[in-house]
Design a protein around this ligand. Structure first.
Ligand code: PLP
Length: 445
């Protein structure tokens, strides 16, 4: 199938919940797939993932402990992450030795901070975007506190200008230049979970390096969504989850990246046996000899079920041609959804919001889009801000959308995020979302 034909899914591998499954009681076709625009939060299951997980259950049932070395499907559990490393490296633009499939996003973030956040009295701050995903905020605050610093002083957040939602590149670079000597780590999310803004990763990384800072990235909403070249961009470390655009399933196993230039540096490592060389791991030697590169950070034997689910979804990703064709299709789908939403009677361009809603929290029901209009500054997701802010409009629209089988996700108080994912979304789903939005508004005005 061609990535250009938006009327059919790019991959026939995915199984979306039906309208009946999601209790879309107003939809007249209960057995049709629902309008799933929530892959930014949790990707749907692919048939390959389902099959590979079944195979692992079978391996467990028929081999039990022997499955670590002798596996009916050729994936002995001691090496089950090998094919994942190959594919994951390709997704994030890294060498295989620079990535590890392990743990969970927040835990990996702490691990990387333990190695890379080494504050001194001059250089102790962390720079991030304002309103980062809460887990990241908690992680940054607890990291600086563990070194005896006060988050109010040691965590610097870059905020949008008055009346704006996206950050301007020049503002980010200016803060790095100005505060550089006091910043230990610059750590933004690649794509912002709330606004959908794709930050200029390469130029932020370059500026951070110029200032002698460590530069890390949280790729939760970026991986599988936008093209990434961690190695070439000279990023120090990165972490990500795989259950969003990479469709690995709820709580799926996560990933981390460490640039190879760090391989021979002495880093504090919270070591575990899975980071020890496979050749002697099972001889159980008392001294830790880490695998060279990112995989030396592995701590525990990974959950075979979650690795299998991820491997399946990465195979689907690979079969679809990886990021090149996916991004091309993603640009078209998101532009199409944006265009349809712009045609709504209730749409208010962001630049007109102030004038139309001078009091802020009163005025007619409507919505604007806070995600940047420039396709180079966003991935698949559009974030809709409902107006007037602080009213019931967002919740009313969300409820109506759900009743008609449109699954996005809401972020209190006023935002609904819709993300057409290039692997399984179609133009029809964008049209349905826009149609049911209009219907939702008609119900409340
Ligand atoms: C989804 C997301 C998380 C979730 O963290 P887990 O450890 O996987 O539960 C954290 N940070 C960001 C930026 C996210 O988008």
């Amino acid at each position: 199938m061609s990535q250009h034909d938006l009327t059919v899914p790019l991959s026939s591998e995915f199984i979306l919940p039906t309208n009946a499954d999601v209790h879309a009681s107003n939809h007249d076709k209960p057995n049709d797939p629902c309008t799933y625009l929530c892959g930014n939060s949790l990707g749907p299951i692919s048939k390959v993932s389902e099959r590979l997980v079944q195979e692992e259950l079978h391996a467990w049932r028929t081999r039990a402990v022997e499955g670590h070395f002798d596996h009916p499907f050729g994936r002995p559990w001691t090496k089950i992450t090998d094919p994942v490393h190959t594919l994951m490296a390709e997704v994030v633009g890294a060498k295989e030795q620079e990535v590890a499939c392990m743990g969970t996003l927040t835990a990996n973030l702490h691990l990387m901070m333990t190695s890379f956040y080494n504050p001194t009295s001059e250089r102790y701050k962390i720079l991030c975007e304002a309103k980062a995903f809460p887990s990241d905020q908690y992680a940054f605050a607890s990291q600086v506190m563990s070194h005896g610093y006060d988050p109010k002083d040691a965590v610097i957040e870059v905020s949008p200008r008055e009346g704006e939602y996206a950050l301007r590149e020049e503002d980010i670079l200016e803060i790095i230049a100005k505060e550089g000597p006091s910043i230990a780590v610059v750590l933004f999310s690649g794509v912002q979970y709330y606004t959908g803004q794709w930050f200029p990763m390469e130029s932020i990384t370059r500026k951070a390096k110029e200032q002698g800072c460590i530069c890390g990235w949280d790729l939760a909403h970026a991986v599988g969504n936008v093209p990434i070249s961690l190695h070439d961009w000279d990023v120090d470390f990165a972490v990500w989850c795989t259950y969003k655009y990479l469709n690995s399933g709820p709580g799926g196993i996560a990933g981390l990246f460490m640039h190879e230039k760090w391989n021979d540096k002495q880093l504090i490592k919270q070591a575990g046996w899975w980071g020890h060389h496979l050749s002697t791991r099972f001889a159980m030697p008392p001294t830790f000899e880490p695998i060279r590169g990112a995989q030396g950070f592995q701590q525990s034997n990974p959950s075979a079920l979650t690795v299998a689910a991820l491997l399946g979804s990465l195979q689907v990703y690979k079969a679809a041609g990886m990021m090149g064709p996916l991004r091309e299709r993603s640009l078209k789908l998101t532009a199409a959804l944006e265009k349809l939403l712009h045609q709504s009677k209730y749409y208010v361009p962001l630049r007109d919001v102030k004038e139309k809603y001078p009091a802020g929290n009163s005025g007619p029901p409507g919505f604007t889009i806070i995600t940047p209009e420039d396709p180079n500054s966003r991935g698949a997701q559009l974030s809709l801000l409902f107006l007037p802010t602080g009213s019931e409009v967002m919740r009313q629209v969300f409820k109506s959308l759900n009743g008609n089988g449109v699954i996005g996700d809401k972020r209190e108080p006023d935002v609904i995020r819709l993300a057409p994912a290039p692997l399984y979304s179609t133009i029809k789903q964008c049209e349905d979302a826009a149609y049911y939005m209009e219907k939702a508004f008609a119900e409340i005005v």
